[in-house]
Write a protein that binds this ligand. Structure first.
Ligand SMILES: [Zn+2]
Length: 305
């Protein structure tokens, strides 16, 4: 029987509901000189953001801060208990620059074993289990440590059945990530390539979609990279081209200036209140929207128990 592994335990996939597939509630660089705007460390602010999300119709959040980015499973569990929003925590690493000190001395199998333990037994000694896996690469390259992590995450995927959700730097190296994971025997259906909307090139997106993976359109509201009008346009075109099942929507709000709870914006209501109506205006049907917000997250996060 399939389950979805949340920080409060396993749930039936039917109970997941409206989901953002790539966000940060508590997350920060482990380096002392890390960008202060990228430091999310307030449990109270995260709770406020989740309340807003719930008011807008949200039911589940995938928290993509792994071990190299301040992952805090106990806080996530408290937040989920306090708000009733399902939270899924992640095992793995973002990318080389933050992961290097944590993996440099480890073998592929040791890294894989750590990930498998996070998913099957629990993170550290909390008993709180991760519900998906993460690996990532640098701008225009996959460093040797990143390659090691990709091979490890592939082994952990095959062992656990959990989804692999990746970080790409500015959308680069998507096809290389896919090739590497598939060479290790991972099925495309179990791969979500993150941040592809940092590189809105139609032929590139079709080439990625043709491999069968899911594309992360997870930078909504970040107009400094691309205007939302282009993200909306791409999702509408991808849906019409038959790739509607391979789109994962989210905002990846990782800065305090992105969150209303810290005095910034647009916050967790933005996609549900602003982007979904826009997609409807572009011709997406209620079934298309249900696919984006409910069916695809449910399919991706389901683990065969
Ligand atoms: Zn992120």
């Amino acid at each position: 029987m399939a389950i979805i592994r949340t920080v409060r335990g396993d749930i039936s996939p039917e109970l997941l509901g409206v989901t953002y597939l790539h966000e940060h509630l508590i997350g920060y660089s482990l380096k002392p000189d890390g960008d202060i705007d990228l430091r999310l460390d307030s449990e109270a602010a995260a709770a406020t953001e989740l309340h807003h999300f719930k008011v807008a119709g949200g039911q589940a959040v995938v928290e993509m801060s792994p071990a190299d980015y301040g992952r805090s499973p106990l806080i996530l569990k408290r937040l989920s208990e306090a708000t009733g929003v399902h939270i899924i925590s992640v095992s793995g690493f973002i990318k080389g620059s933050s992961a290097d000190p944590l993996v440099a001395d480890k073998s592929i199998n040791q890294i894989a074993d750590d990930m498998i333990r996070d998913v099957c037994d629990g993170i550290d000694d909390t008993g709180i289990r991760a519900g998906l896996l993460k690996a990532g690469s640098s701008l225009d390259k996959i460093s040797p440590n990143e390659e090691k992590i990709f091979r490890a995450v592939a082994r952990a995927q095959k062992e656990t059945g959990a989804l692999i959700s990746t970080h790409t730097e500015a959308g680069t190296m998507a096809l290389e990530q896919i090739e590497l994971l598939r060479s290790e025997g991972v099925a495309s259906e179990r791969i979500l390539i993150g941040h592809t909307d940092r590189k809105l090139d139609w032929d590139y997106h079709v080439a990625i979609a043709n491999t069968g993976v899911t594309l992360g359109y997870d930078q909504f509201s970040k107009e400094k990279y691309f205007p939302d009008s282009q993200r909306v346009d791409f999702i509408s075109r991808m849906t019409k081209a038959g790739f509607g099942k391979q789109i994962a929507m989210s905002g990846d709000l990782a800065s305090s200036s992105d969150l209303t709870s810290y005095g910034g914006g647009p916050g967790y209501t933005f996609i549900l209140w602003r982007i979904i109506p826009w997609l409807k205006k572009k011709g997406l049907t209620p079934d298309d929207i249900k696919m984006l917000m409910i069916d695809t997250p449910k399919r991706l996060l389901s683990i065969e128990g």
